[in-house]
Ligand binder design. Structure first.
Ligand code: SAM
Length: 239
């Protein structure tokens, strides 16, 4: 997968060189280029913003530098991703959809956001995904890009050492994951549930499924319309 990120704060994206994203870049599964939007300005002050038409507080990002950036970076297989509080909520399903793209271009907004014509013009030549991280407002799109990249890159084949982690984690089957434990068996008088040390894989799978359902019902009842009983039974039989 190829990724281009356009921002006025390229250094904000430096974590994209670390940990498993950095490793994926090293193995050639992923290429990432971070670009300074000001490269595509033409005035001496390298201006990227101006006052909003219609009045109001704050500044809006001008369309010209964005237009030139997209002209330079777009290919026939590009998808533009615009983090914005007015976008559709970012979910694991969005991450899967983005993970199947060949080329993602991220546009990081700042100030009051990007002139709407940039998104409208881009949408006429490539797919555009406007996504929100949640119902709150950040200073800019850079942190949103880091979050989206973490969620997307771990879905790319070959990035995770054990692909089973993806099938069993929260949100994979529309549920939250059951509690997890490791050694020692007793810590500060708290014991690991006996069943997890029983070696009975069928019972362990059912315990995890029950805990998963219990946790989801308690914490995220809104998710419980999603799980599909036949799929869950199939997962149990596979153990
Ligand atoms: N005026 C905008 C509004 O009210 O919808 C908020 C602009 S915000 C201060 C600046 C930039 O931060 C946005 O253009 C976007 O790139 C990013 N941003 C802020 N909140 C976000 C969120 N919840 N999800 C994704 N991106 C966000």
């Amino acid at each position: 997968m190829r990724v281009d990120v356009v921002t006025i704060f390229p250094e904000y994206l430096s974590p994209l060189s670390l940990s498993l994203i950095g490793k994926a870049r090293g193995t050639g599964l992923l290429s990432v280029d971070v670009h300074d939007l000001r490269t595509w300005t033409s005035d001496v002050h390298r201006t990227v913003d101006d006052t909003p038409y219609g009045g109001g507080p704050g500044m809006v990002m001008r369309p010209e530098p964005w237009g030139q950036a997209l002209d330079a970076l777009a290919t026939p297989s590009s998808r533009l991703v615009v983090p914005t509080p007015v976008g559709a909520p970012f979910t694991q399903a969005t991450a899967h959809a983005l993970a199947s793209s060949e080329h993602l271009i991220f546009a990081c907004g700042r100030y009051e956001g990007i002139d709407q014509r940039v998104i409208d013009h881009a949408a006429a030549r490539m797919p555009v995904t406007e996504v929100s991280l949640g119902d709150y407002v950040l200073f800019g799109g850079e942190v949103a890009v880091l979050v989206i990249m973490e969620a997307v890159v771990r879905l790319l084949p070959g990035v995770l050492g054990n692909a089973d982690s993806l099938a069993e984690e929260s949100h994979a089957a529309g549920l939250l994951e059951a509690p997890v434990y490791t050694k020692p068996p007793v810590w500060r008088d708290l014991a690991v549930p006996d069943i997890l040390r029983s070696g009975d894989h069928g019972r362990i799978a059912r315990w995890r499924r029950d805990e998963s359902l219990r946790r989801t019902a308690l914490r995220r009842p809104d998710m419980l319309t999603g799980p599909n009983a036949p799929d869950l039974d199939k997962a149990d039989r596979a153990v």
